[in-house]
Design a protein around this ligand. Sequence first.
Ligand SMILES: C[S@@+](CC[C@H](N)C(=O)[O-])C[C@H]1O[C@@H](n2cnc3c(N)ncnc32)[C@H](O)[C@@H]1O
Length: 467
Amino acid sequence: MIGIPKKYLLWFAHEHVDFRIAEIESICEMYDIKVTTILRPDEYPYWIIESDSEDAVKKIASRSISLRSCIELWGDGGSHEDLHRSLKEYPQGNMRLHLNNEKSFKVIVETFCKHFSQDEKIKKIESFSYLPIEGPVNLRNPDTALMYIEYYGLDPNTIPDKPYHLFFGRLVADGQRQLIRKLSLKTRNFIGNTSMDPQLSLIMANQAQVKNGDLILDPFVGSGSLLVAASQFGGYTLGTDIDYLMLHARTRPSRISQKTRGKDESIASNMKQYGTSSYYIDVLVTDFSLPVWRSDMRVDAIITDPPYGIREATERVGTIKRQPVIDQHQVASHIPSKIDYGLPQMFVDLLSFAANHLCINGRLVCWFPLFREHYADEQLPSHPCLQLIANSEQILSTYTSRRLLTYKKIRDPQDDDPIDDSNVLDFRVRYFGHGDETRKERRMKRAEQRAKNKENWEKNIKSKTAR
Ligand SMILES: C[S@@+](CC[C@H](N)C(=O)[O-])C[C@H]1O[C@@H](n2cnc3c(N)ncnc32)[C@H](O)[C@@H]1O
């Protein structure tokens, strides 16, 4: 329903901050929703937008994982006085639509970066006694939930006495954060060592704009976490992986408490666990560098986390022998040998696969690992048919991070499209090589340092006992 534009507060969880903008923009584009931004301090957990349609705002909330709640903003300010003043100026007619004697209500108090007791919260609620609240209180299932938020900044070490900003309004909808708990790896039937956590998997599905009935492929599927997330939004899912043991859940169990893999562990059993079996097509054991697909096969989105070569090998089928020969009697039981699959080549393959097999406007959403100090936009993999539309960083350590890249296919490939991987750095080579120093050299340096420390310590002890 279209009406007079109203202000809404988008109240975010303070996690994966760099992913918020991209996620909300992807959802808005997917549903063709236009909102006006009034205030968007990127690092704070809130944005203020304006929209003439509450349904549009509810649609955003129906998909967002980063969003905690969406509130029709009745008043806000940098001090209590400012908040009460702006609340008193809000049209009473609008309030009365939700606060008459037939509407039950409750007030939720939320304080960011500061804890208050229940009694203190009740006192805060009482300061709004001038509001035209007439209906009965209903804490479980109220007709109208009002929300009062005090924001005390981001730094838990320097919490001010008074909040930086205060907000009051009507709760319109909650985001989809309950899905994070629902898909928790702790309770999932089948997981692997590199299973993607549910929050990021779901954000990836939103970046890919997965809609009911879409066909979604993960070519490095592992334990299938990204398929699980995509199926939650109605995507029909399919995957491939080079690792037979992983796809058949015959690798070593990933939980410390588990000695052997259960017979029923599989991606299919995960889908069953979450009630999305009908959205699971299948997975195949295949090497991504040797695609098995028909050239006219099209998917709506590719969502993937390729191996970085740190916790799992980056390999492809191949041999360094010049002319390998397999004897006839070995053919049936032959296990192909593998060679290294360098990251630059893997990303060239991934982007050109996406250019060939995505529908127009279809999205490729993938992680790309890198060294933070060496980061430059030009290093990111590129392809003339794919437009990079989002790039969000997740910091992994002081030196390393990975970036979630979202590409949109803008045209079909042509024969003379230039493919260039010269700027894409091989994360694995750098990780183990660390500049010019090899891993062995670094280990030896550390051992030398330890020996020196021990020597100094012993000298110290001796001189103390001599005194
Ligand atoms: C980071 S893991 C993916 C984890 C997955 N997202 C999950 O949630 O379990 C990367 C996967 O790529 C697979 N892989 C490595 N080289 C491959 C290749 N050449 N072709 C296909 N899969 C490959 C590995 O076996 C591994 O399962």
